[in-house]
Unconditional design. Structure first.
Length: 73
């Protein structure tokens, strides 16, 4: 996978998990203590998330951090 494909796949999976839980991007950002624009950027594949962001997003989504990246092969 190329860099951009990886980022887009991460973002798509992040969005699916968020929508499955019925929360908005803004609420996810609040729960993860991240800027609301950053969550949208991640979902569009426009930014490379840090390890700390992945851990915070996972906690907000009530999943283990590896669940956010398990589809990236």
């Amino acid at each position: 996978m190329q860099r951009q494909e990886i980022l887009k796949a991460f973002g798509k999976h992040l969005r699916e998990l968020r929508e499955k839980r019925g929360i908005s991007q803004e609420k996810l950002a609040e729960l993860a203590d991240l800027h609301r624009n950053y969550t949208g950027l991640l979902e569009r594949g426009g930014s490379n998330p840090t390890l700390l962001a992945i851990v915070a997003l996972a906690a907000a989504l009530k999943v283990r951090p590896y669940k956010l990246i398990e589809r990236l092969r």
